[in-house]
Ligand binder design. Structure first.
Ligand SMILES: Nc1ncnc2c1ncn2[C@@H]1O[C@H](COP(=O)(O)OP(=O)(O)O)[C@@H](O)[C@H]1O
Ligand SMILES: [Mg+2]
Length: 238
């Protein structure tokens, strides 16, 4: 693997979205090691919502960390929007992440002191001025049904509403890839369906390649493809 700072652009349209190819990741060093990802290959085209189910400890979060360039795999490649993340150096990888990847976590991970609208402005603020082209925060909040609550702080929102703001924030930079970790873990059944339906709709409307990790088999009906992960190995489930 090269540590080249300038990742190659692969222009073939079939390479858009997210591609993991032969990815291996081992956690820990020395005695106690865990094979978190064992030869994982996965292609998520733009506009598709892929779900990954599997027991706790199976490697689902590790897969998202590798797909998002937060963790470098021991072997294999990760391509995001045609850019080889695994060939990029640390700084370049961070730039690719800001530019092309949105993350949504279990609880929405909102900042307590910011209003809903300001949560969405924050990721844009951290971009170079020339690249501040994301979506209009207020329009995005309207898309997720939160326009009337734009001046509320997280403690003034329900769990489902916080998750909506978290999704809108992840989309604010117009990412190519959306990585979603257990978005319904803290929600009741009706709210869970609402949130995954929203994810599916935004995925299609914005042509994002979305990977959602979940324990929740109830919501799989809204997903295009379902994979199962067990002991670091990914298999097609449905
Ligand atoms: N940073 C880490 N250091 C050491 N082991 C880790 C680390 N992150 C995860 N693991 C281990 O790797 C395995 C996969 O974890 P994880 O990807 O979080 O699974 P899941 O999200 O499916 O519950 C587990 O055995 C976990 O304990
Ligand atoms: Mg996890």
């Amino acid at each position: 693997m090269s540590a080249d700072e300038t990742p190659a652009r692969v222009d073939a349209p079939e390479n858009a979205g997210l591609v993991l190819d032969g990815v291996h990741l081992r956690h820990g060093d020395g005695g106690e090691t865990v094979q978190a990802l064992d030869d994982v290959s996965l292609t998520v085209p733009p506009g598709r919502l892929v779900a990954i189910v599997g027991p706790s400890g199976a490697g689902k979060s590790s897969l998202l960390a590798v797909a998002g360039g937060l963790t470098r795999p021991d072997r294999g490649t990760v391509t995001v929007a045609g850019y080889d993340m695994t060939a990029a150096g640390r700084r370049r990888r961070a730039a690719l992440r800001r530019e092309h990847i949105g993350f949504v976590f279990q609880s929405g991970n909102l900042i307590p002191a910011l209003t809903a609208a300001d949560q969405l402005r924050l990721p844009l603020y951290f971009r170079p001025r020339r690249a501040r082209t994301g979506r209009d925060p207020l329009e995005l909040l309207a898309d997720v049904g939160m326009a009337d609550k734009r001046d509320r702080y997280p403690h003034q929102l329900s769990g489902g509403e916080r998750q909506r703001v978290g999704i809108a924030r992840a989309l604010a930079t117009a990412p190519s890839v959306l990585l979603v970790d257990e978005p319904t873990a803290a929600l009741d059944r009706a709210r869970s369906h609402d949130i995954v339906r929203l994810l599916a709709a935004e995925t299609r409307r914005r042509s994002v390649a979305t990977v959602m990790v979940t324990h929740d088999h109830e919501v799989l009906e809204h997903c295009d493809t379902v994979y199962e992960m067990v002991d670091g190995r990914l298999t097609r489930a449905i």
